[in-house]
Structures are given as C-alpha cells and as structure tokens.
Design a binder for this molecule. Structure first.
Ligand code: G16
Length: 544
C-alpha cells in the first residue's frame, strides 16, 4: 500500500526516541515538549484514521493547558466536539509507543481492527495554544495527517473549546454555528446581549469584571471578542501574556489550588474577578472582602448558580425537563449537600476528566457538569431544545412562560455545549448575575464551602495507586485506604482521597474538614501515608 511507504518516509522525520513510553492521560498525552514531536505526528495519523472511520471531521489541539510553559500536549476532538472516545485511547497509546520500525504495523493493525476504508476522505482541524513549542508541534500533527493522505485545516492560535466548537459546527454543516472564530464570537456574544436585555439598568461597576488570562490564549481571545459584546461587559484584562509566564503564579489552577488571587492583578475589595487556565477551558471566580479575606467561587459554585437559574426558568416556563448536576470526588461536600437537599436536583459523581462527566450529563434532559477546578458546561438534549423552542414560538403561551422560554433559548446559545469553555462560561455567569440582579457576594452566600486542601506527592511510579468508586477509594497499594480511613476519623466532617494525576507526574491528595487547620492537617497526614506506602521520592511532605 502506497500510504505505508509515505508513513515510513514521513515518520523518519519525526522519530520516536527508542524506549520512550508515554501513557494517554486524563486529557490526552502531556509531558515536557521536547518529548512530543513523534507523538504529535502519530496523533495526526490517528486523527486521520478516526476521520476516515467516522466520515466526519476530527480535531487535534496542541496544548498542555494548566501545565507549565515547558510542557505541551495533545487533546483529540471527536465528531460531536467531545473528547476522543475512550475506546480509541488504546489505539492512541499503541501508536504513540510503537518503536520506529514497528509503526507501519501498528497503523495497519488499527485499520484492520476498525475495518477502515482507506480510500475515504479525512479532514482534521488543528489548533494550538501560545506555548513557544506549539508551532513546531502543530506542524508535526499536520505532517501526520498528510502522511495518511488526510486534509488538514490549521486554525492557528485558538482556545481548546473554540477548536471543539469548530469541529461540531463543521459536522453539523453549520446547524450548531459557523465554523469560524468570528462565528463563535457572534453566536455567544449575541446570546449574551440578548440575555442581558432582561437585566434592569446596570451601572458600569456592575458590568465590570477583572479577568486573569493566565498569560495564555484566553487573554488574546477575550481581547478579540470584546467588541462583539456591545459594551455589555467591561473587562479589565490582567496576565494578558505581554510580560508574565504562562500559568506562572496565575490562572485558574493556581487560584483554585493555592486559594489566593493571582500575581499581577489589581483588585479592589468586593470586585468580581475570574481566572482562565492556559487553554481557556476552565474558569474560577473570586473576590476579596473588606477584611482582605479571599473568597473562591469554584466549579461547584458555578454549577450551583447555573442549575438554580435553569431550574427557576423551567418552573416559570412550566416545562417538565429533568436536570442533573455531575461532579467528581473533588466537589466540596457542602455543594453536594446543597444541590441534593436544598435545590433537590439529581447529583452524580464520576471519575476526574471531562470525558467522564460529559457522558454522564448526556443522560439527562439538562446535564450541568463541572469539576471543582472550573472545567465544565451544560448539555441540553435535542428533545429539551425542541420543547424550549416550541414554547418560545407558541403564540398562545402566557407572558411569564414565553419570557422564561426565550431566556432559556438564549441560555442554550450562550453555552458551548461541546466542552467546558472559560469564555462561554464567563458570559453565562455574567448574564445570570445580571438577569437575577445578583452580586458575587450573594452568589457566594448560597452555601459555605467546607475548608479544604489539595496537595501533590511525588512517587516513583504513580500507577501503583489504583482507585475505585469514582476515585473516592484506593484499592492499591495495600493498606493505603485503611490508613486514610483511620486518619479521616480523627476530624469532624472530614473526607479525603488520593488519585494519580493524569496530566502531571504526581499523586493528588484532597482533604476537607470542619476547619482549615483540620483540612490542612488531614491533607498532610494523608500525603505522608502516600509517601510511605506508595513509594514517595525526595523529601517527606512537611506540615503546612
Ligand atoms: C485536564 C482535564 C480535567 C482534569 C485536569 C486535571 O484539565 O481536562 O478534566 O480535571 O486535567 O487532571 P489530573 O488531576 O488527572 O491531572 P486541563 O485543563 O489541564 O486540560
């Protein structure tokens, strides 16, 4: 077969370092950028195979999201704009790790197993973040696509959710929207303007939002989008990439884990602020009060705000649609209690990784999914969208119902349903606060978070930790879960779990308890247990 000659010829230009073995992680491959050239070439090939198989456009995004500047990675986007189906993750791993002289065989194996007709067309959309390694790595993806005779379209610098959006627009032949960056801005901003027409006159202060762009792609895109908002939002942009380093002391991950504002941001007490991560698929909000105390409104608070708003509108519209909130083990215990007991919505817990939350959310008429780290969106079933539309167009429905249906319609349009999206989530949150006439402080007061702490432990091989029950319990190494259980018993309202990260070479430790001192002490003690029982390296974890 002629294409295999081409594979061999082209792949020699993107050689795999012999013996290097990388695992497909939470959101694709991710490691130091120097190790990724062959991975990108091979993922370009895999995307081409996936496109031939599905007869749809596939996306490849070059990014390492929240990781430091020197890392990079790749996220693959399936036909409906969602993450690559887990069934193909094994193929990704096989192609990534095949030694140079075995690559053609590994490619043939995927073709045979999936019965792919190689004469079919393949189309791959490619995007990249602002890392200095991204241009060369995205060229390697494009080379991989052409090695198997696929066509690529290079979107250049885009946020990850923008690329997901383009893929879905393309595969719906424009029904979801126009597959251009301008089309993305127009759709989401028009919906924002429409929604905020329902807000009573807002002052400039109320329209003001401080945005920390994590010195990444999100900052560039917010600047590009701003004029579409028709002054409906007044953004002060910090960490816009003009001087600081990507994700360094800033961005959603830093703010969430450190529980403090980013560096290089000037905020007045009470002012509403948000932070994006490095590829703008996560967002967290925060403010400091007049006593200088920092208040974080993370993915759990965002899910609560959005689901309350949607539930109210459904009641006003008289629509009988079920609504669920999907969380992970990191969800603050207070948020789960509030959602279940006060809001009375269905709550589900899945493993970490939006691919897991997304699939769970698809089971409901309306599925709101958010990881505590701010990664999430809302999914509306086709039936839900149709019911909302019918009501909005029904000449006989009363004013209250019609208004609610129209608000729901604009809400559907302001959301990027393909994946968590910092920009579209920001527009949705800002619109909800405006329509409900709510301050960030009132939003924060919906419930009080249990104090919590997240830590990282270095071990020699994090795969020794295996978990079950949506990552809430460790099944190996032996004795670790028993140790965690007895530590948790020492504190009131306490909970803790550990899991290997799928994006960094660490074990993550989460603890929550009645007081910050207890949460910190528990997190430290559990870290020590991980260090001792799971092969810790370097110095023993120190108390906080
Ligand atoms: C990725 C995933 C998220 C996940 C995060 C951390 O986010 O898309 O679902 O929560 O990694 O995963 P882990 O704890 O396994 O390292 P991002 O924004 O870095 O792409």
């Amino acid at each position: 077969m002629a294409e295999f000659q081409e594979v061999l010829k082209q792949s020699a230009l993107h050689p795999k370092p012999a013996g290097l073995c990388l695992q497909y992680g939470t959101a694709g491959f991710r490691t130091n950028a120097k190790q990724l050239d062959h991975i990108m070439f091979r993922m370009g090939m895999l995307a081409t195979l996936r496109s031939k198989k599905t007869q749809a456009t596939i996306g490849v995004m070059v990014t390492a999201s929240h990781n430091p500047e020197e890392d990079n990675g790749v996220k693959l986007v399936d036909p409906m704009g969602e993450m690559l189906t887990p069934a193909w993750e094994d193929y990704a791993t096989q192609l990534a790790n095949a030694e140079q002289d075995d690559l053609a065989r590994a490619v043939k194996e995927v073709i045979q197993k999936e019965a792919i007709d190689m004469s079919r067309e393949a189309n791959v959309f490619v995007g990249k973040d602002t890392r200095s390694s991204s241009p060369a790595l995205s060229q390697a993806v494009i080379d991989g696509v052409s090695a198997l005779g696929g066509h690529s379209k290079d979107y250049g610098l885009v946020t990850t959710p923008q690329l997901h959006y383009m893929v879905w627009c393309q595969n719906t032949k424009g029904k979801y929207g126009e597959a251009t960056v301008e089309g993305y801005y127009r759709k989401h901003c028009q919906a924002y303007v429409q929604l905020t027409k329902n807000a009573s006159n807002r002052t400039d202060d109320q329209k003001h939002l401080c945005v920390d762009g994590a010195n990444g792609i999100g900052a560039l895109k917010v600047r590009e989008m701003e004029h579409h908002l028709q002054k409906g939002l007044q953004i002060s942009l910090f960490n816009d990439g003009s001087k600081g380093k990507l994700n360094h002391q800033c961005g959603a991950d830093f703010v969430k884990v450190q529980q403090k504002p980013p560096a290089d941001i000037e905020i007045n007490p009470g002012e509403r602020c948000c932070s994006f991560d490095g590829d703008a698929d996560r967002i967290v909000y925060y403010y400091t009060d007049s006593d200088g105390r920092f208040h974080l409104l993370d993915g759990d608070k965002i899910a609560t705000l959005i689901s309350t708003f949607l539930k109210e509108l459904l009641t006003q519209a008289g629509l009988d649609l079920n609504i669920a909130v999907v969380q992970t083990a990191y969800a603050n215990g207070s948020s789960t209690l509030y959602l279940e007991n006060t809001m009375k919505v269905i709550v589900k817990c899945t493993k970490t990784g939006v691919k897991h939350l997304h699939h769970e959310a698809q089971k409901f008429d309306i599925g709101v999914y958010f990881e505590a780290n701010g990664h999430g969106t809302v999914l509306f079933s086709q039936a839900a969208v149709e019911k909302i539309q019918q009501l909005a167009e029904d000449a006989n429905s009363d004013d209250t119902k019609k208004r609610a249906a129209l608000l729901l319609q604009s809400t559907v349009n302001v959301i990027n349903q393909t994946v968590g999206d910092a920009i579209s989530d920001m527009l949705l949150i800002e619109a909800i606060l405006a329509v409900r006439g709510m301050t960030v402080q009132q939003w924060d007061a919906m419930y009080t978070d249990l104090p919590n702490r997240q830590l990282k432990v270095k071990v020699s091989d994090r795969r020794v930790i295996d978990t079950t029950d949506a990552e809430r319990r460790a099944v190996s190494p032996a004795g670790l879960q028993d140790a965690i259980d007895s530590l948790v018993k020492k504190y009131r309202q306490a909970r803790s779990f550990v899991r290997p990260s799928g994006t960094e070479d660490v074990v993550r430790v989460y603890a929550e308890a009645e007081t910050q001192e207890s949460a910190d002490a528990l997190a430290h003690e559990v870290s020590l247990a991980v260090y001792r029982l799971a092969g810790g390296v370097g110095d023993e974890p120190k108390p906080l």
